[in-house]
Design a protein around this ligand. Structure first.
Ligand SMILES: *Cc1c(COP(=O)(O)O)cnc(C)c1O
Length: 460
């Protein structure tokens, strides 16, 4: 029997989903099940004849009940993880129900046009060059990959080499310059592009993790030929921005391509209060960001933006590299990212942006930053707490009793307590607790409750 039109299944999924989402504000943030407990629910023998879909969804929901972290909830402050706006979850369901192959216009006119419109909205919101190309990719990892692939194309094209056709063997050498605080995904992107994760010239950073322009200048002065400079808008720990305007002038003065990893930081552009942090970012050549972080759409959704749209297309297209996009023609999404067949990833972005509007996105950014500031203030009242970064955006670095040991123990206790979830990292050789506020649903009360939970978790 076909399940195709079995409404019981879709309704059951909607019920389970709503129950889970409803429970987010009150459920413990940490997972309750061990791997063994999850296996007990999930690792049934693969049956010969299959099972009823409703029962399968029930089993999945039971596993998710104790095996999912409350990352989408209002008191999850680990990594940099957004929640999901209800409309974005709904749009994601619709995307799945449509089940479009969004690679080609011919296979899905609706997702092609949605991503076209979302492209224009994003360029407008970020105030980036309106002629830029955009690819909707799985996350900022692939956005960095895509931006740097376009960079690789362009700097070698300018040196008379077609890297898509001829590859890297025998190609002019590409100099890659990165900051000491470059996110690990930059290293991975360089690795995947054949540029090597350990070949880059590393420019030292200042105490907030920002690339030092004077050091960039001297690094570039020793380099000849095709050059790519990678900077970041929003350090994953401190939230600090590299001094982009100054760096752009230096990099372009040497004829280099400038790529910006703005996984969450690019969203500061949507806020009148925080846009100054990213001043000069519009001068870069490519930008990578995430929608699944600060725009609060479900995973997986990143955005790769390239000023020289022809370079992006040449690096990514599955058709001939010499085809140049002409305005007004239909968008084939596969021209703008590494994938061929894929889901209509821009649909959730469209839904979120249309629902929030300009002011809604700004309010989301401003609110998260205000919460981060308040969180830091509440913690700093305790003499055992030290805030190690300038809280310029939504990230806070906290150290307890100036001790790695106490900091680690505090984090472990917070995670056991379950009121909120916070993780650790190391910052300039010292153990820290990281706070990232990136969820639309976080309220002031969530911040107060979480700060209390943190303070009562400090041992001694
Ligand atoms: C999260 C993050 C990435 C990687 O993004 P994914 O969406 O996880 O692939 C890259 N750079 C920075 C600064 C980040 O915060």
């Amino acid at each position: 029997m076909s399940d195709m039109l079995d409404r019981r299944i879709l309704n059951r999924a909607a019920e389970h989903a709503a129950e889970f989402l409803d429970s987010l504000p009150t459920r413990p943030v940490a997972p309750r099940f061990t791997r063994q407990e999850l296996l007990k629910i999930l690792a049934t023998p693969l049956s010969d004849n299959g099972e009823d879909g409703v029962g399968v969804l029930d089993a999945l929901a039971a596993a998710g009940e104790g095996g999912a972290l409350g990352t989408a909830g209002p008191r999850f402050f680990g990594f940099v993880i957004g929640g999901s706006l209800p409309v974005a979850v709904g749009a994601d369901w619709l995307t799945s129900a449509w089940d479009q192959n969004a690679g080609l216009y011919a296979a899905s006119p609706v997702t092609s046009v949605i991503e076209d419109v979302a492209r224009e909205w994003l360029l407008d919101l970020f105030d980036l060059p309106r002629e830029s190309g955009i690819g909707f990719v799985t996350g900022c990892q692939m956005a960095n990959f895509t931006g740097l692939a376009a960079a690789r194309h362009a700097v070698l094209r300018d040196a008379g080499w077609n890297v898509e056709e001829q590859g890297l063997q025998g190609a002019p050498r590409i100099n890659v310059v990165i900051g000491a605080e470059a996110h690990v995904t930059i290293h991975v992107a360089l690795r995947m592009l054949g540029l090597g994760s350990k070949n880059a010239v590393v420019v030292p950073a200042d105490e907030e993790g920002r690339m030092r322009p004077d050091a960039l200048r001297s690094a570039l002065s020793g380099l000849e030929g095709p050059t790519i400079v990678c900077v970041q808008a929003g350090n994953v720990n401190s939230g600090a921005f590299d001094p982009l305007a100054e760096i752009a002038e230096i990099a372009h003065g040497r004829g280099a391509w400038l790529h910006v990893d703005g996984a969450f930081g690019l969203w500061a552009r949507a806020s009148r209060k925080y846009a100054h942090l990213a001043k000069g970012i519009e001068l870069a050549d490519s930008w990578a960001t995430d929608a699944h972080k600060w725009l609060n759409v479900p995973y997986d959704c990143g955005v790769a933006i390239v000023r020289d749209a022809a370079a992006q297309r040449a690096a990514m297209t599955s058709s001939a590299a010499y085809l140049v996009q002409t305005k007004g023609t239909e968008r084939d999404n596969l021209d703008w990212g590494p994938e061929f067949s894929r889901r209509g990833r821009g649909v959730t972005v469209y839904a979120a942006l249309r629902t929030l509007g300009r002011n809604g996105v700004e309010a989301l950014v401003d609110r998260c930053c205000a919460h981060a500031e308040r969180f830091a203030k509440l913690l700093a009242q305790d003499p055992r707490v030290k805030i190690l970064n300038d809280v310029v955006l939504n990230q806070v670095l906290v150290r307890f009793s100036d001790s790695d040991e106490v900091t680690r123990e505090t984090i472990a206790r917070i995670q056991r307590d379950g009121t909120c979830w916070l993780g650790g990292s190391s910052w300039q050789g010292r153990g820290v607790m990281r706070i990232s506020v990136s969820n639309w649903a976080t309220s002031e009360e969530d911040i107060e409750r979480s700060a209390e939970a943190v303070l009562r978790s400090i041992p001694g």
